[in-house]
Design a protein around this ligand. Sequence first.
Ligand SMILES: [Ca+2]
Ligand SMILES: [Ca+2]
Length: 263
Amino acid sequence: MIRCKKPLFLLLLLPTLIKCSVAGDLISVRVQDSFNLSAYFGSYTLCEAVKLCHDMGQGILSRDALSAIRAGSEFRDAVGNGHNWWIGLVDALNERNTSRDGWMWIEDGTYTNATEGDPIFFSKEPDNRKGSNGEDCAAIDSSYIYAFDDICVSKYNALCYTSDGDTVPPALISGSIFVSFTKALILTYSQLHPGCSIDVSLPNMTLLACLGKCLAIPHSDCVGLYWNSARRQCILLPYFDAAVQLDYGTNEEKLLWEKFLKK
Ligand SMILES: [Ca+2]
Ligand SMILES: [Ca+2]
């Protein structure tokens, strides 16, 4: 494995192969002359990986950046084989089980299509192997650059990017002072691994306060929320839309659950 903070002789022997800079456990590598990758070695959950990317003004790996990685050897040459990297692909809203269709890319909200020519997953993935716990997040193996699904709280490295086509970092594009919320359908009331959701409930919480909590998440990263007026429960959805565990004591309480998404 080649990492930039490793012995200098490697850099002297392979100066054209290793296009990277050194900052702790970070390797920066440019791929296909259009994407700048920041590869952070460390133990991150998927949510921690997305937060790290956005805090650095970058996005977590997108479909286009993944295609660029596959088109050349720059990434593998720089980070070495055998490491797992979170990418920005989830099925936290709709359980896809073993289907390759319908996984959502975090940074642009688009969905995978199994008929596309560039397969994303390993041949036997996604397998939802830890099915009862849900494998709702995706990572790639740097040896093969194919993805597998895993539980979102597994600890892997983080892979962030910017593109030359971005006029502003992806994490900041959605920022606007004119924000509105629209009511959305609740698909399920039960999800064991609730993505990156944050329960900010308080005994005297109001819907307005709950919406305010969503707007206060940095980088405009809160995409929506779940609200229950009887339980005063407010569950925020940072980074991507997700199904979460919605508790209720009675049917009346269940019917009071509402979901709002940012427009
Ligand atoms: Ca899943
Ligand atoms: Ca799997």
